[in-house]
Design a binder for this molecule. Structure first.
Ligand code: GLY
Length: 355
């Protein structure tokens, strides 16, 4: 049996997602399969750095890479222009060139922001994702979306840039606080609702923590296919935004104190109830979805009015002119995109807000 699971993502560039326990200790060796020896700039945050930076730098150096490191204070509130600017200045001070490589070591915030720095610096350099949270492992490290938040909303400035590799060490999940693990589970549940009832059933049974590598591999395999068919989110990829229009609005209304995964869980629940009540589903879905989210310790409601959420969602990038595309669960394992006038979003949110 191979030591690690590998999933190919056939984009330009194509890359491999390597998943398994102990990947970080061998990251230098693994990286050499795709990134020739060069200067590697590792960007991380103040939580992840103390846990894994030494392991990563030791492995990179042993494999022949020159290494520089940069850590910023952890938190969504740091995913802004100021931190991006600091990372770009760091890359310039370290004299990284286009043949060098940036490594994003951490969760979704690190991956999004370091990825965006890689997309901007010298008009684009290679980067590698090393996700350390469940959320970044099952979702954000794959697919090439990079971004920072603006005052008007989440992820409003960014770029598409596929990583050169994703190295996912499942051993990192053991160090995650329960609530951070649960936040990642929300994105995994999302994948189950989108495409795979048997995956969803694993979460219902509460077996996610038993075999996270299997869950990550199944989520990544699904996402890889979607990204290959629709890299720039012109159609099918919009499905991956299930729960995210309301989720991003909840994050914004909370001043980013509610973590992304928790907000997405509540967003999925609101959409499931709304879709069911508006008879857009093939039958009941909300009970199972909300039951599963609750079992994972995730919220299924939000403390904001429909008006406040609809207002916050108006800045969302999923809006196009006077319409917005929402993702509606038809049944567990199949969702569809529905384009509605922006003016109807309030009614859709109102319909699903009450438990
Ligand atoms: N997180 C959704 C996407 O990558 O498209």
């Amino acid at each position: 049996m191979p030591e690690y699971q590998e999933i190919q993502v056939h984009t330009v560039p194509a890359y491999t997602v390597t998943i398994g326990a102990g990947v970080l200790k061998k990251c230098g060796q693994l990286l050499r399969k795709t990134v020739p020896v060069c200067h590697a700039a590792v960007v991380t945050d103040s939580v992840v750095g103390p846990l894994y930076l030494k392991t990563v730098t030791d492995s990179l150096k042993a494999a022949g890479y020159a290494v520089s490191t940069y850590a910023f204070s952890a938190g969504e509130e740091r995913k802004n222009f100021a931190t991006l600017s600091d990372i770009l200045e760091f890359l310039a001070a370290e004299r990284l060139t286009r043949t060098d490589c940036l490594i994003a070591l951490g969760g979704g915030v690190v991956g999004d922001m370091a990825g965006f720095a890689a997309a901007c610096y010298l008009r684009g350099i290679r980067y590698v994702q090393m996700p350390t949270t469940l959320l970044s492992a099952v979702d954000s490290s794959v697919g090439g979306k990079t971004a920072i938040d603006l005052k008007a909303g989440k992820n409003l400035a960014g770029a598409f840039l596929q990583p050169a590799a994703v190295l996912c060490d499942t051993a990192c999940l053991a160090s995650l606080p329960e609530d951070v693990f649960a936040g990642g589970a929300a994105e995994a549940v999302k994948t189950g609702v989108l495409c795979d009832e048997s995956l969803f059933a694993l979460f219902e049974k509460g077996t996610l923590a038993a075999d996270p590598a299997e869950v990550i591999a199944r989520c990544v395999a699904y996402k890889a296919g979607v990204v290959e068919r629709d890299e720039r989110e012109q159609g099918e990829r919009k499905l991956l935004n299930l729960g995210h229009t309301v989720g991003h609005a909840i994050e914004k209304c909370s001043g980013y104190t509610i973590p992304h995964g928790y907000a997405v869980a509540a967003g999925i629940a609101v959409m499931a109830r709304s879709a069911e009540r508006l008879t857009w589903t093939d039958g009941p879905v909300a009970g199972r979805i909300c039951g599963c989210l609750k079992r994972l310790g995730l919220p299924v409601s939000a403390a904001y009015s429909a008006g406040a959420l609809a207002e916050a969602a108006l800045a969302d990038k999923k809006r196009a002119g006077d319409s917005i595309t929402i993702v509606v669960p038809k049944k567990i394992g199949a969702c569809e995109l529905i384009k509605i006038p922006v003016a109807e979003l309030l009614f859709v949110i109102e319909s699903g807000l009450e438990e």
